[in-house]
Ligand binder design. Structure first.
Ligand code: SF4
Length: 317
């Protein structure tokens, strides 16, 4: 018998179907999710469950297991849009003190194709445009975010907002194979340029860094160069981790595109989802070197929003 969120998922009314993708409405019971200690943010918001972009390395596939759905095909083809999320967020923010750090898009892309139809992300941003003093980060691979540039600007006037655009490679063919339904790398960089022009703080992140596939100095350098040229402030990249649900998708991808790597990846990731030791350390040194080459920072640049946070308004009315 299904319980909790899995029961809601099973009963969710179907909104529409496109190609092989089906969309469902999932009532939002809570929007702000507390994250475990050690992460660089306090709260996570995911306006959707599942992600149509279908990246072969996606770590978030396991989240569909909570819905008792298939983390492989189901994660990409059964997308749940959170219904009523804006009202729930408005209520939750009344109890959340300013200064908390909130990440939007930790287990789904908030600007995946579903956003064009259902606008769950935009509705949440409208709520954030009416509050002050939070620290927000939005992670996406989609140029659809440009649609919301004016709204993001409003949010950034009263909160500290950073957009984190993920660009794993500038190689179209590799991106198409690894991230089959995500926008092309050049479109993501063009979106960075437009956001930066609109005065929004943007960083570009080449995560995940995958051994042999996109970890070469030249590959990471190309992403950083394009990022700096487009007006990004920050650049980073972290080594991939492959949980069992992700490995189920990544292994056939490798077998099709880079069969000579299958055994090497299996040897490294079968026992442990994380790589430790010299490899990640070497990648971090490489990323730091490249970052310095283009004058980019490692973390988002702090700035004072135009509108003071509420505490200051009280102190200096
Ligand atoms: S865009 Fe992000 S959430 Fe979506 S499939 Fe790719 S890695 Fe997963």
């Amino acid at each position: 018998m299904l319980t909790g969120i899995a029961r809601f998922a099973a009963q969710a009314p179907r909104l529409a179907a496109k190609r092989q993708v089906e969309y469902f409405a999932l009532p939002a019971r809570s929007v702000l999710n507390r994250v475990r200690a050690g992460l660089p943010f306090d709260w996570a918001i995911n306006p959707y469950r599942g992600c149509e972009f279908g990246c072969k390395y996606c770590y978030a596939r396991y989240t569909h297991e909570f819905l008792e759905l298939d983390p492989v095909r189901g994660f990409e083809d059964r997308i749940f849009a959170k219904r009523g999320a804006a009202e729930v967020l408005r209520r939750e923010l009344r109890r959340l003190p300013p200064g908390e750090t909130i990440a939007i898009g930790t287990a789904t892309d908030p600007y995946q194709p579903a956003e064009r139809r259902y606008g769950a992300t935009r509705a949440l941003l409208e709520v954030f445009s009416s509050v002050r003093g939070y620290r927000l980060a939005i992670t996406t691979k989609s140029d659809l975010i440009v649609r919301d540039a004016a709204l993001l600007r409003e949010v950034a006037r009263a909160n500290i907002l950073h957009v984190r655009m993920t660009v794993t490679t500038m190689d179209d063919a590799l991106a198409r194979a690894m991230e089959p339904r995500a926008p092309r790398p050049d479109l993501r960089i063009a979106a960075v340029r437009e956001l930066a022009r609109a005065g929004i703080r943007v960083g570009v992140y080449a995560s995940p860094v995958l051994p042999v596939l996109n970890d070469a100095e030249a590959s990471l350098d190309a992403v950083a160069r394009a990022a700096a040229d487009a007006g990004a402030e920050a650049f980073g990249g972290h080594v991939v981790f492959l949980m069992p649900a992700a490995l189920r998708v990544f292994r056939p991808f490798l077998a099709e595109h880079r069969p000579e790597l299958v055994q090497r990846y299996e040897k490294r990731f079968q026992a442990n989802a994380y790589l430790r030791g010299t490899y990640p350390e070497a990648i971090q040194r490489r990323v730091r070197r490249i970052r310095a080459r283009y004058g980019l920072t490692g973390s988002p640049v702090e700035y004072a929003p135009d509108l003071s946070p509420p505490e200051q308004l009280v102190l200096f009315p």
